[in-house]
Design a protein around this ligand. Structure first.
Ligand code: IMP
Ligand code: MG
Length: 312
């Protein structure tokens, strides 16, 4: 009986860019020879894949007992028993590397080695685990902007700061659904005070400028005389936040402060004071850690930049 081929998620063609895991890599730290290697190492770290840098040199040719040609692959990945040679080189030089790799495999049979071109990173990441993303989703992501590690560290700092600033008080955390779910969940676990959590849901404005923010779900708690911390995923133009703060003030709380994970300050139209900011980010559309694009990507454990091509 013939077994039908298992369905493979479609990978989009070469338009994919290399996802990087943080700040630009202007200086290349030792031991790396160039940026691509450093970037690759950080990607491996991010996905928890163990690596060694240039751990072995394979002699390829001898002349009277002396090695006259050798090859040192850039990386060895012990978990996968795989040597990796990166190449961002011109086609002519790639041919030379290919020749060496063929020779290596003849002389050292059973040695697994691959040459990765830039666009091949993506395929490797898909195969060995790009968080909970489906392989078909990977090409929609331009790059990781804030890693899981940096998110957790910063949210812990914000929680500690809030715990310190509100000592002796029992603040009400008000989250704005749905983008805030991951942030508020992690934040509240880092606040060492008695707290109450409540949620609001609002409609986003419809884009023609006329629609006001509508409240779809109001607070369940009475915040009169309470210290309110309004928790937001991202402040962009500030219109939503401005409206919410005005609305909450009608309920006569003792105080209101805003705590936002992300601040896209460059796009601000209405200036609302922000008490706590996780990260200031540039004007790019981000997804993950609660933030969505047409309801997708909320479950990514990091903040990523969406490809420009995805946006209208
Ligand atoms: P604002 O009223 O322009 O500040 O809009 C804030 C809201 O827009 C946020 O709560 C998000 O729901 C949404 N938003 C703004 N920028 C982004 C983004 O880059 N990714 C996902 N949602 C965003
Ligand atoms: Mg929102």
């Amino acid at each position: 009986m013939e077994v039908p081929p298992s369905p493979r998620p479609a990978m989009t063609r070469a338009r994919a860019r290399v996802p990087v895991t943080g700040a630009p890599t202007g200086d290349v730290p030792a031991p790396f020879a160039h940026n691509a290697e450093y970037e690759f190492a950080r990607i491996l770290d991010f996905y928890g894949i163990d690596w060694q840098y240039e751990p072995r040199t394979f002699p390829l040719r001898y002349d009277r007992g002396h090695v006259t040609e050798a090859f040192s692959p850039d990386f060895y990945l012990p978990d996968l028993s795989l040597y990796v040679e990166l190449t961002t080189l011109k086609p002519g030089l790639t041919a030379e590397k290919n020749r060496k790799m063929r020779l290596l495999q003849e002389l050292y049979p059973g040695t697994n080695i691959i040459m990765l071109k830039k666009q091949d990173y993506l395929r490797l990441l898909t195969k060995y685990g790009y968080g909970p993303m489906q392989p078909g989703q990977v090409p929609d992501i331009d790059r990781v902007l804030v890693t899981t590690g940096r998110l957790q560290k910063r949210v812990a700092e914000l929680g500690a700061q809030i715990s310190h600033d509100y000592t002796g008080k029992d603040p009400v955390l008000v989250g704005v659904l749905r983008g805030v779910i991951c942030f508020i969940g992690d934040l509240m676990r880092n606040i060492s005070l008695p707290t109450v959590v409540d949620f609001m849901s609002i409609s986003s404005y419809d884009g023609n400028g006329s629609a006001a923010v509508r409240i779809l779900k109001d607070l369940d708690e009475n915040i009169k005389g309470r210290d309110v911390i309004l928790v937001e995923d991202i402040v962009d133009t500030g219109m939503t936040l401005n409206h919410l703060v005005d609305y909450l003030n009608t309920k006569k709380p003792a105080s209101i402060k805003v705590c936002t994970l992300l601040d896209k300050r460059a796009r601000r139209i209405v200036n609302v004071p922000l008490g706590y900011v996780g990260f200031e980010i540039s004007d790019e559309f981000v997804v993950g850690y609660g933030l969505d694009f047409h309801q997708r990507f909320r479950n990514l454990p990091f903040i990523a930049v969406l490809k420009h091509e995805m946006l209208p």
